[in-house]
Design a protein around this ligand. Structure first.
Ligand code: DQA
Length: 159
């Protein structure tokens, strides 16, 4: 089955107990399970990975790029957490594995928060962005990725 990779960055392992007024009470395990169920409804398998380490996230993106070329991965849903606002290295990793589609997700509306959250190094290399829908944003991102995959399959030249 075509596979979507769900990547979560730093501090997202604390979902459910971390600043609940901003991020809610849904845990990362809940997010991963709900995302998998939603992906399966749309005909995709879902693999989930979380890390607090920038290099581990970069390695996963490189691996996803290789698996995309091999036809094993449809795309990536990525909440880079605070690395969104700091990481040129993650920007370069995503740029380096194009055309792998990476959808940027944020639980909170980062634009309604502190100024340092208004800039994203991920957005210029993202295939789409979902911001401010709480943890439902992961489901919306999966929906978007599935639609993009179907649209590009329909547009591909027939053998
Ligand atoms: C976040 C927003 C980031 O600014 C923050 O550092 C996070 C979570 C979100 O999902 O709303 O860790 O990416």
């Amino acid at each position: 089955m075509p596979t979507i990779l769900l990547l979560n960055g730093p501090n997202l392992n604390l979902l459910g107990t971390r600043e609940p007024a901003t991020y809610g009470y849904t845990t990362l395990a809940d997010v991963e399970n709900e995302s998998r169920a939603h992906a399966q409804k749309l005909g995709f398998e879902l693999e989930a990975f979380q890390s607090n380490h920038e290099g581990a996230l970069i390695d996963k993106i490189h691996e996803a790029g290789r698996r995309f070329k091999a036809g094993e991965i449809t795309g990536v849903l990525f909440n880079a957490g605070a690395y969104t606002h700091t990481s040129v290295a993650l920007h370069d990793a995503i740029a380096g594995v194009k055309p792998l589609p990476v959808i940027e997700v944020h639980i909170s509306n980062v634009h309604a928060r502190e100024a340092f959250r208004h800039h994203s190094y991920i957005s210029p290399v993202a295939a789409g962005i979902v911001v401010g829908f709480g943890t439902d944003g992961y489901l919306l991102g999966i929906e978007g990725l599935a639609r993009k995959a179907k649209a590009s399959a329909a547009a591909a030249p027939k053998p």
